[in-house]
Design a binder for this molecule. Structure first.
Ligand code: ARG
Ligand code: ZN
Length: 878
């Protein structure tokens, strides 16, 4: 066995390319197993490039057929070609043309990077380093060039030929069954934004006119028969385009905007210039197959990829260490879009739930890394919750600190100054500093220092002096490579809540920069004194979750319940309920009976019944922290069985004591007969299902029948899946029938069967691994389609905490086994799954021993590991 000795790539090693590729002209002669790619590059050396400097281009599993310089074939000793590299010795010192012909095999491309066939459709995925699997090139984001693409293919099986930019010409190829199309993209771009699609597709279309009057053709291409399921995506696209014009003054810049949905795709979607390619999960929806969450996800991802046109494409990254420059910013933009389209507080809660469940665990374990990392072995491993979601939080903090106008000024300057550039985080920050005449150097630490800061608060009230004193202390635990931490610049939005529930105004504040409801913490420990406080307030800190930190608010249960009832900030009302539930669940896990439980349960009932709050918010209010959340909160020597048992017991107790309340809410909510995915209707469905969750948990007579009736009566996927999940989770009578009925109804619809797989995978059961093994034999499952793997295996790792962390180590062994299995064909999928080991150090000794052994088994296996998997396993063991 050959060992994998991948290089460590470092930010500090960045250098410009010695040559510039001005234009690239590509010809693709598509054939399933032997596609020929002719690439003609116009090159010139940079002024400071010494004569004779070799031209070194990236490749990956390439076969070179021919190479010509200025039209003449190169002599053998003038170049070296390996599958992963092409070196041209002694290139001309004047501008020159290089014509490179390679041969690739799309049908055998199981990694789904580069050019591959998915269900008979040719498509590409080039980010981050897939273009080098097509032809030799400077496959790096700072090499911007103007692309022209000619695609040739069999006409009958590939009537549709799509490329980046604007369509130029099409025609038949004389004397053959083949045809061609030429596309030209006038905007210089890096190779990772290149795309091509060929296949038998159909589309839905719409005409769009930009704010300045430019007409654009919008098309969404899907496999034939799916066109009825693409309407919501088109609707989302049009709304995104309008929003970006209105909110950021950004217009679209080509004559066409094409989206294609494919079924085999490693990630969510890709923002290729003018030709977005999507995982079909984020395009296809109707009420029969998609849940409200799917509709929301589609809206978000369509918007996200569209917004990349400015944040990512017009302004791209200098190198991959700057990934958060486009991803964090674009996530922030899609979050803002959804907040404007739906309910802002509800969206904020949903985003924070996601951050805490995905990014916090990453940042508190062996895989922790800064939002802008400084080294990697495999860049695909850094498309993480930290880069994306924490990256978005950092942009949000900039807005919080500068205010909406200051933020917009900075963004305007960024677009104006860096349009056409491959930029850095430093460039980005500088725009906000200059546009606002301010210094953000301390704030920038957030990009470089990893880990989740802990913010601990305590307070006291002096009645005689009418002062309220708040002590805030921040600490950040050590993370890999960063043993010592500097204090962060933490913006804390706050209110001092008086006895009547209204915020108390202060006359003066000393000890920190305090401006209205914003307090900026800059040191490890700060004491802030508020003057003119007439009665003892309860501090409400970190309103709207103004910084990505773990807050220990220093409030007693009585005060938390008070905030849960009265805070004017809806986010903190929700947070107070979450904090209480989490604290109580931890006490129950330890075998204790929590103080104040009854008072809390009655406050929960009031929140659930409060007609002044919207349905979605009330649904979120009732949400118990997940077993994973509690495990993270406990942080060490975790026993997942104890957590699961405590959480089940708490749900059961809440369900039993509030059964009548839940029943009342459940029956009172009327959802309109015809399905609509709008936020209000979705909110109603979610609150109803949350009530049903507790009723199903209660074990009270009739609750199983009610759940089954909900399932049977469902006329949309949200209700059908929601109720089935409850039947299975609580192991109720009707679960088996429900699973069968669901299967019968949806067999043949892959995206619907994914839900069936994930429900079955998430169910707590004695022998979870053998359940999963059996399901891998089911016709609905396939190891080759990432969506199937993410649903079944990802569902097991992500939602079946007791099963995956089972004390006998069977879950860990199974993950080791499938990681090795998947790594042979698709390292990116394998690597994404193996990240689930990231929490192993928090487990108790019994579990740690088993997890460590499983990780070591991967590392020592008798097969060549991909760089992707090897890097993750090594970091986990470090
Ligand atoms: N840029 C894509 C996005 O919109 C994701 C690409 C992920 N690529 C990868 N190699 N993991 O977020
Ligand atoms: Zn993105």
């Amino acid at each position: 066995m050959q060992s994998n000795t991948a290089q460590l790539i470092k930010l500090t090693d960045y250098e410009e390319t010695p040559y510039v590729i001005e234009t690239v002209s590509l010809v693709f002669k598509l054939h399933a197993e032997a596609t020929e790619v002719v690439s003609t590059l116009s090159l010139h050396p940079r002024a400071r490039t010494p004569a004779g400097t070799a031209l070194e281009l990236d490749g990956d599993e390439l076969k070179l057929l021919s190479i010509k310089l200025n039209g003449t074939p190169l002599e053998d000793d003038a170049y070296d070609a390996a599958p992963d590299k092409l070196v041209v010795h002694n290139p001309p010192t004047e501008p020159f043309k290089l014509e490179i012909t390679t041969q690739i095999n799309p049908a055998a491309n199981t990694r789904l990077m580069g050019l591959y066939l998915s269900d008979g459709i040719y498509c590409t995925q080039c980010e981050a380093e897939g273009f080098r699997r097509i032809t030799y090139y400077y496959d790096r984001p700072d090499a911007l060039s103007v692309f022209t693409t000619r695609i040739e293919a069999d006409k009958a099986s590939n009537p549709i030929l799509l490329g980046n930019g604007n369509p130029q010409e099409t025609g038949r190829i004389d004397g053959t069954d083949r045809h061609f199309a030429v596309w030209h993209d006038p905007h210089p771009k890096p190779a990772y934004l290149f795309a091509l699609v060929a296949g038998d597709l159909t589309c839905i279309s719409e005409k769009y006119t930009t704010a300045s009057g430019k007409p654009v053709d919008l098309n969404i291409y899907v496999e034939k028969g799916n066109e009825q399921r693409a309407g919501w995506s088109m609707d989302s696209l049009v709304r995104s385009m309008r929003w970006d014009e209105k909110t950021f003054g950004r217009e679209y810049d080509l004559d066409v905007f094409n989206i294609v949905a494919v079924s085999a795709f490693n990630m969510g979607a890709m923002e290729n210039k003018g030709l977005n390619i999507f995982n079909d999960k984020y395009i296809l929806a109707n009420s029969e197959t998609a849940t409200d969450l799917d509709y929301e996800g589609i809206e978000t991802v369509v918007a996200h990829e569209y917004f990349h046109n400015w944040t990512g494409n017009r302004i791209t990254c200098r190198e991959w260490f700057q990934l958060c420059l486009k991803e964090g910013l674009t996530v922030f933009r899609d979050q803002e879009f959804s907040s404007d389209e739906r309910s802002r507080p509800v969206k904020r809660i949903a985003d924070v739930v996601r951050l805490k469940s995905r990014q916090f665990p990453e940042d508190q374990g062996p895989l922790s890394h800064p939002v802008r990392p400084t080294e990697y072995k495999e860049i695909n491993n850094f498309y993480t919750a930290t880069v994306y979601d924490k990256g978005a939080e950092l942009v949000r903090m900039i807005k919080t600190i500068l205010g909406a106008d200051g933020f917009r000024k900075g963004m305007d300057l960024y677009f104006e100054r860096h349009d056409g550039d491959a930029s850095t985080i430093e460039d980005f920050i500088k725009c906000f500093e200059e546009a606002n005449d301010t210094d953000l150097s301390h704030f920038s630490l957030w990009y470089h220092q990893s880990g989740t800061p802990h913010l601990k608060a305590s307070s006291s009230y002096d009645e005689a002096a009418k002062t309220f004193t708040l002590e805030l202390e921040q600490t950040t635990p050590a993370t890999p490579g960063q043993p010592e931490k500097e204090p962060f610049f933490i913006p804390v939005r706050f209110g001092l809540v008086g006895p009547n529930g209204e915020d108390i105004a202060y006359s003066k504040a000393e000890g920190a920069r305090v401006d209205g409801d914003l307090l900026c913490l800059t040191e490890r420990k700060q004491t802030v004194v508020f003057h003119g406080i007439g009665s003892k307030p309860v501090p409400s800190l970190l309103r709207e979750f103004s910084a990505p930190v773990k807050l220990e608010a220093g409030l007693n249960r009585h005060e938390q319940i008070f905030l849960m009832r009265h805070d004017i900030d809806p986010f903190n009302r929700w947070q107070a309920a979450q904090t209480l539930m989490s604290e109580m669940l931890i006490e129950m896990t330890n075998g204790d009976i929590p103080a104040g439980k009854d008072a809390f349960i009655s406050a929960l009932a009031n929140m659930a019944e409060d007609e002044n709050l919207d349905h979605a918010f009330r649904g979120f209010g009732l949400m118990l922290p997940s077993e994973k959340d509690i495990a993270l909160e406990i942080g060490k020597d975790v026993d997942t069985d104890a957590i699961g048992a405590a959480r089940d017991a708490f749900a059961k107790e809440i369900g039993a004591s509030l059964y009548d309340t839940f029943e009342r809410i459940y029956s009172a909510i009327e959802v309109s007969e015809t399905f609509s995915p709008d936020a209000a209707s979705a909110g109603k469905r979610s609150l109803k299902l949350r009530c049903l969750y507790y009723m199903a948990a209660s074990g009270i007579e009739g609750s199983a029948a009610l759940t089954k009736a909900h399932f049977d009566a469902a006329d949309n996927m949200t209700d059908r899946m929601g109720a089935l999940n409850l039947l299975v989770t609580w192991n109720l009578e009707g679960a088996k029938d429900g699973l069968q009925a669901f299967e019968k109804r949806h067999q043949g619809t892959a995206l619907a069967m994914d839900k069936w797989l994930s429900i079955a995978a998430g169910a707590p059961n004695e022998d979870a691994v053998s359940t999963i093994r059996t399901l891998t034999e089911h016709p609905a499952f396939s190891w080759d389609i990432p969506n199937r793997v993410y649903s079944l295996i990802g569902g097991f790792l992500g939602s079946n905490t007791r099963g995956f962390h089972k004390a006998d180590g069977s879950g860990y062994d199974y993950l080791a086994e499938i990681t090795l299995h998947l790594d042979k064909n698709n390292p990116q999928v394998a690597s994404r799954l193996v990240k689930s080991f990231g929490s192993w150090k928090n487990m108790n000794a019994e579990r740690r021993v088993k997890a460590k052994a499983a990780l070591e088994r991967i590392l020592n296996a008798d097969q060549q590991l991909s760089t992707d998997v090897k890097e993750i396993v090594e970091r986990c063991l470090d």
